[in-house]
Ligand binder design. Sequence first.
Ligand SMILES: *Cc1c(COP(=O)(O)O)cnc(C)c1O
Length: 377
Amino acid sequence: MIPVYQPWLCGNEKKYVMACLDSNWISSRGFFVEEFEKQFAAYTGVKHASAVANGTVALHLAMLALGIKDGDEVIVPTLTYIASVNAIAYARATPVFVDSLKETWQMDPADIEKKITAKTKAIMVVHLYGHPCDMDAIMAIAKKHNLYVIEDCAEATGSYYNGKHVGTFGDIATFSFYGNKTITTGEGGMVVTNDEKIHNHVLHYKGQGLAKGREYWHDVVGYNYRMTNICAAIGLAQLEQIEFFLSKKKELAKKYKEKLDHLPLAFHDPVGPIEHSYWMISILTERADDCEPLREFLKKRGIESRPFFRPAHKMPMYEECGGNFPVAERLSSCGINLPSWPGLTVTDLDVICADILQFYSRCNTVAQRGCCTDVKT
Ligand SMILES: *Cc1c(COP(=O)(O)O)cnc(C)c1O
């Protein structure tokens, strides 16, 4: 089976993990935690970075650090991974969904503006599949309406907007280092900000709400959301290889497009003053009814793929926050993520593309591809 993703652990990962074991520093304090935070802050160009247990708690900490609470509304794209929306629910705030843009698949600034009410406190920006959102437009809206901006950069390590790394535009930003993310720590995440006060809130909440300078005195309901030194050791080794990962992924995206460009497929092309990091290399089938048959066809030939996320407003716990999101729904029903890990060989890529070509040539009539009469544009 050719996997959609797997980590590439061919750098100093083993050496650094052994250094943790040899030194007895295996818990959430130690050299690698500090060093990983320092180097990640330098890489993204922010003042403060705080390593945490995963990308989901990173988002929860962002909510806590901004003081988002019961009764507040947070605007979020409906087409995102569920963790973005759940973090809003953890803070007892209400997610308010917006639709996506056809061209970039990112949240639609015009729809954001429509959804702002007196209760709106923040916009949660998600840079989906490695393509940055339209940050000029979003920051202008936030400024005009005095709203916080949280950037969920879980899928966008190595993505740039106007020459600046994503996560440096809003008040606070989060990253994920799950096993299938651009760099991994196994499970892990990072919270970054340029604001010292916000950073101190993050440290406070992630470390059990411990008060400054007093032992075993806790002045808020805190959490244990820290990253271990072992995870940070893996993270530091991964960060050393980031340019290699990004160049490999960009090369794969280019090759897929070259080979498949003449088929009835759309690609996730960069739009605007951006650098796309291609966390996932994605295609859209022209017709929604080709999507599942193509995935089935690939699966039978040992090629794993993933559908796009399902819009969050469709999930039972968020149904009541629903509305009309035609672009997000269409993207979700036509989108496929192809094998995208940096170690994927050119031979594997050729096999995958040949199979996709075969799907479209063998099943060259719509009926053969398992389609009905649905012709959406
Ligand atoms: C992966 C991901 C997260 C959650 O990260 P975990 O480390 O898996 O908890 C959050 N948001 C988005 C958009 C993601 O892709």
